[in-house]
Ligand binder design. Structure first.
Ligand code: NAD
Ligand code: 6OD
Length: 486
């Protein structure tokens, strides 16, 4: 039984320009994962609230949002970005209270990037050109873009505002109206975002937020609603499969950013000190709760011992603890359930014959909160579940390899295909290996370096479609080709 000890905020739905409770008054608790305190209540939406929100979004498609000029829409979207920056400190605090991530991380990555998503996509509108095709002197074709309609945005808890705005900004830039279903574990910044959209001049009904759970709740009601034209979903691969089945009845357009089990491939000729500093981030930033984190680390045998010695030593130096301590590098995991799941994989690693070189347990002195030490495991092979399955926590496996062929075979032996990073100073090898890895994103000698114009997404069971730049507009718009006989 938890009690409210530090009230932060209660979260209501935002429907048709107003903050409202659920019709039946139901709420659920919002827990701070770093303290296990209840910090507020959240309105628990269901089919009724989704229906109200979708009706409002449908009406708004033909309201002032439709008649706004492109310049007016650009100004509104820029203003959303500006207001996110104006409220950066508050949003960073809320994001860390909701997720357990270090507040310096929210303040330097999550929130600025949320603002940039709006600035980027509002600027992008100006670069859009219509596709034209001329057929000798017989016909001229041109394709006009129009909004898809009402779009449902369903999000995970790991980068709540960053990922919500990564969808919302292009959806609005393309003229759609939206119903967002934030993750139930992280409702606060989405609620503030709704207020920011209103304050920036987004007309009523264009942006709606319905809180609640996934299955048999707000999430599934959004997916099944006949007046929702598209769903953009980021979350687990297994959830993606369920959503695809329930979206089939209304044949919805789907965009999927799903799970991963991303490899880092480190050749002996790379600059090991640089590799280690970046690998610390790609392994443990955000408690390893980033879909792009590299959790399978392959190191060329001749560099394996040196890499491991340095990597383990640097990992032991990472401070785990209070998200509001500026020295903290690893905060708390998102929930008790997730803590148990990740801990279960650490136990499994030992049963599968692995050796834990560092970490694997709750840090001493941190009895409350879902804290787990960054964990490095060796001695596992490609068939172990710990090497195959997404753990989504501060846990990595390190495996030696002897040849390019051998490592590529292991790297691609997975049903995931989100991202990878390759470390080498051999230019030809960099191109060769990067081109053969089955992943939507391959970084060479870096990690998580993002240019928002580039295609973002996964192959195999890590996703369907791409987001970013024109790719986002492809998803969030419908094309009509007009053919004129000359
Ligand atoms: P999740 O799939 O459990 O939940 C994601 C969202 O889907 C939540 O809002 C949830 O309420 C909703 N949902 C759950 N069941 C639903 C249903 N039946 N119908 C409709 N909505 C439903 O994922 P999570 O635990 O919140 O997030 C972690 C996962 O997200 C990891 O697998 C991670 O790799 C993935 N992820 C992927 C990316 C990417 O860009 N590829 C980015 C971030 C996270
Ligand atoms: O940087 C991005 O645009 C992005 N979508 C990051 C996703 C991270 C996953 O956890």
């Amino acid at each position: 039984m938890r009690t409210i000890t530090t009230k932060v905020m209660d979260c209501l739905h935002f429907i048709d320009g107003a903050f409202v409770p659920s019709a039946n008054g139901r709420t659920f608790d919002n827990v701070n994962p770093a303290t296990e305190d209840v910090i507020g209540t959240v309105a628990e939406g269901g089919a009724a609230e989704i229906d109200l929100a979708v009706k409002a979004a449908k009406r708004a498609l033909n309201g002032p949002w439709k008649t706004m000029t492109a310049n007016e829409r650009i100004a509104v979207l820029r203003k959303v970005g500006d207001l996110i920056l104006e409220r950066k400190e508050e949003l960073a605090r809320l994001e860390s209270l909701d997720t357990g991530k270090p507040s310096w991380l929210s303040g330097t990555i999550d929130i600025p990037r949320a603002a940039y998503n709006f600035h980027f996509f509002s600027d992008y509108i100006r670069t859009m050109t219509a596709e034209t095709t001329q057929m000798d002197d017989v016909a001229l074709n041109y394709a006009i873009r129009r909004p898809v309609g009402v779009v449902g945005l369903i999000n995970p808890w790991n980068l709540p505002l960053l990922l919500l705005t990564w969808k919302l900004a292009p959806a609005l830039a393309a003229g759609n109206t939206v119903v967002m279903k934030p993750a139930e574990l992280t409702p606060m910044t989405a609620t503030v975002l709704a207020e920011i959209c209103r304050d920036a001049g987004v007309p009523d009904g264009v942006v709606n937020v319905v809180h609640g759970f996934g299955p048999n709740s707000a999430g599934s009601a959004l997916v099944e609603h006949p007046d929702v034209n598209a769903i953009s979903f980021t979350g687990e691969t297994t959830t993606g499969k369920i959503i695809m089945a329930s979206a089939a009845g209304t044949l919805k357009r789907l965009s999927y950013e799903l799970g991963g089990k991303n490899p880092n491939v480190i050749f002996a000729d790379s600059n090991l000190d640089e590799v280690i500093e970046t690998t610390l981030k790609s392994s443990f930033i955000n408690q390893g709760e980033v879909c792009l984190c590299g959790s399978r680390i392959y190191v060329e045998s001749s560099a394996y011992d040196e890499f491991l010695a340095k990597f383990v030593a640097r990992t032991k130096e990472l401070k785990v603890g209070d998200p509001f301590d500026a020295k903290t590098k690893v905060g708390a995991l998102i929930s008790e359930e997730h803590y148990e799941r990740v801990s279960g994989y650490i136990k499994l690693a030992q049963e599968e014959g692995g050796t834990i070189l560092t970490g694997g347990k709750r840090p001493e002195g941190l009895e409350r909160g879902y804290y787990l030490e960054p964990t490095i495991i060796v001695g596992l092979n490609r068939n172990c579940r710990v090497v195959k399955e997404e753990i989504f926590g501060p846990v990595v496996t390190v495996i030696p390899f002897d040849s390019e062929e051998e490592v590529l075979e292991q790297v691609n032996d997975t049903h995931y295909g989100l991202s990878a990073s390759v470390w080498t100073n051999d230019l030809r090898r960099a191109h060769r290996v990067a081109g053969r890895i089955e992943a939507g994103i391959v970084w060479v000698n870096t990690w998580f370096l993002r240019d928002l114009r580039t295609p973002f997404g996964g192959m195999k069971q890590s996703g369907i479609g791409r987001e970013g730049g024109v790719h986002s507009f492809e998803f969030y718009s419908e094309l009509t080709n007009i053919c004129i006989k000359l």
